[in-house]
Design a protein around this ligand. Structure first.
Ligand SMILES: NC(=O)c1ccc[n+]([C@@H]2O[C@H](COP(=O)([O-])OP(=O)(O)OC[C@H]3O[C@@H](n4cnc5c(N)ncnc54)[C@H](O)[C@@H]3O)[C@@H](O)[C@H]2O)c1
Length: 494
């Protein structure tokens, strides 16, 4: 498959907009096609709305954002795109017709994927040119924050298509789940619909309101589901003998049965109950307000899960690992200028980094210096693989001086001078500068100790790591020592 530089979108509604925001954020250009010219304004708005939450998802160094362009001419899109994602309404004849048309304009090595929620790939690829490069790639709303994408091949899909699509989606921070057998509704919508059907029954039978049913999820199972699915959770619920005991205990209930398979008739009364119930839950909040709230907690949950390296948090962690690695590789390729400290980090003050004075909060200075240090470590080879061997540098002393302010949106950069390296110790001095006027706004004088985490004590660093750090230090040996290095904290008059 081609290296994907430009993603083509067919249909730019809710899902097309979500794909655009995600791809642009991770540095992919997007050419969006829709039959309605007014969708250009809509998609630009959708991308802008997604940005605040996306910007907080990760602080890892991102490539420059992609460029968005729009056309009402499907052919223009098909000829410029390296990968095409279809997101038009869920109607089989319409999708078949449009996919066939797109496939005649796109080069044969361009993968064409469909966001369909439940149509099967064999049906969709029926009239396409080169149908082997087609697959279903079913995302979840909001596409820019939820990593899951179900990949499903049809009878004519070749394995390379699934593999290449998985690679692309991973690149833009997603978790591709290969659905090995095509079934209507794929996997997730089958599960979601089963739950929804029971909700409709319970509302229809007057057992509970939509709000009560949502409470039954969000205070209980919903919290568990974010990191362990129903099966693993039930395994835990069975005690020491796990799933076997769980099935023995609750198996009979499945026969009673507690649930109803067929959906209820969507009568006017049921529709009214569902609509009135959800309006009461919204309590006057607009869809936009609720979307912002949803986006904020989705970001926060993924960041918590990242600490446990589980579920969507594991996806985020491996994405960040790659982004840090790429940035470190790009910087390592730059030769060290012996006349200047190393420029290790370029960043921007994010809106949520500022305090009530509208300046960057003091703890964010430590975060930015920490990111610079991370870049130095990677450059020296202290990365995830090294840490897995149970060795790491720990910070043991840190003196930050605050000399100026930075406001939201201001570019910053950090330069670093290595003052001392030995078997176990690493002494560094960072300067943080404001991008607009190069003013030095903070310094950090830091001492790190190399630790064997298993033994919980200081231990010599790997010889290769030490040699790399030593090589940087010796190239910087001609730089004047920073006057602030080694300074003590000023004492107030007693
Ligand atoms: N909304 C969801 O939660 C969700 C989630 C996952 C997948 N999906 C799937 O994604 C697809 C799109 O859903 P949506 O919610 O974004 O729909 P939508 O109605 O918001 O957007 C569809 C867009 O397609 C455009 N369109 C219609 N015919 C077209 C044509 N011939 N050429 C180009 N553009 C055309 C419309 O103008 C509209 O902008 C569907 O297949 C749906 O099943 C939806």
């Amino acid at each position: 498959m081609r290296n994907v530089k430009t993603l083509g979108l067919l249909g730019t509604g809710v899902i097309g907009g979500g794909w655009a925001a995600r791809a642009l954020h991770f540095g992919i250009d997007v050419i969006a096609a829709d039959i309605k010219p007014e969708m250009e304004e809509w998609i630009r708005g959708a991308v802008a709305n997604a940005e605040p939450a996306l910007a907080r998802l990760t602080f890892a160094p991102l490539p420059p954002k992609g460029q968005l362009s729009f056309t009402t001419d499907l052919k223009v899109m098909a000829q410029r795109a390296d990968f095409i994602q279809e997101n038009i309404p869920e109607q089989l004849p319409l999708k078949q017709r449009m996919l066939a048309e797109v496939s005649r304009h796109a080069a044969a090595d361009v993968i064409i994927a469909s966001s369909t929620s439940g149509l099967t790939p064999t049906d969709l690829q029926r009239d396409m040119a080169s149908p082997g490069r087609f697959c279903v790639a079913h995302p979840f709303n909001p596409v820019y924050l939820l990593p899951l994408v179900e990949l499903v091949g049809g009878q004519k899909t070749v394995q390379d298509t699934i593999d290449a699509a998985a690679k692309f989606f991973t690149y833009i921070g997603m978790h591709p789940l290969h659905v090995r057998r095509e079934v209507p509704g794929h996997l997730t919508d089958r599960l979601q619909e089963a739950l929804w059907r029971e909700i409709l029954h319970l509302v229809n039978d007057g057992v509970a309101t939509t709000g009560e049913l949502d409470e039954s999820i969000i205070y209980g199972p919903g919290l568990r589901w974010a990191a362990m699915g129903t099966n693993l959770i039930y395994h835990l619920a069975g005690g020491e003998s796990g799933m076997r005991h769980m099935l023995a205990q609750f198996g009979p209930c499945l026969k009673w049965p507690w649930t109803k398979l067929e959906a209820p008739e969507l009568t006017e009364t049921l529709i009214d109950r569902m609509v009135e119930g959800t309006q009461a839950q919204a309590a006057g909040r607009s869809i936009r307000e609720l979307e912002r709230l949803r986006d904020d907690y989705l970001v926060a949950i993924q960041q918590v899960l990242r600490q446990y390296n589980i579920g969507a948090g594991a996806t985020l962690r491996s994405l960040e690992e790659r982004l840090y690695q790429e940035a470190a590789t790009a910087r390592a390729a730059q030769s060290i200028d012996p006349d200047k400290p190393l420029r290790l980090l370029d960043t921007v003050v994010r809106p949520e980094w500022v305090d009530y004075n509208r300046h960057m909060s003091d703890f964010r200075y430590s975060q930015v210096f920490g990111d610079a240090m991370d870049a130095l470590f990677r450059r020296a080879g202290v990365d995830e693989t090294y840490r897995e061997t149970g060795r790491m540098y720990y910070s043991v002393e840190n003196h930050v001086r605050h000399l100026g302010e930075a406001k939201a949106g201001e570019p910053l950069y950090v330069t670093t001078q290595l003052l001392g390296v030995d078997d176990k110790r690493l002494h560094v001095f960072h300067r943080m500068h404001r991008g607009r006027d190069d003013k030095q706004i903070a310094t950090a004088d830091q001492m790190y100790l190399h630790v064997d985490t298993g033994a919980a004590k200081a231990a010599p660093a790997d010889a290769k790591i030490r040699a790399k750090l030593e090589s940087i230090r010796s190239k910087q040996a001609g730089l004047p020592p920073p006057p602030e290095a080694g300074r003590a904290v000023g004492r107030a008059q007693r």
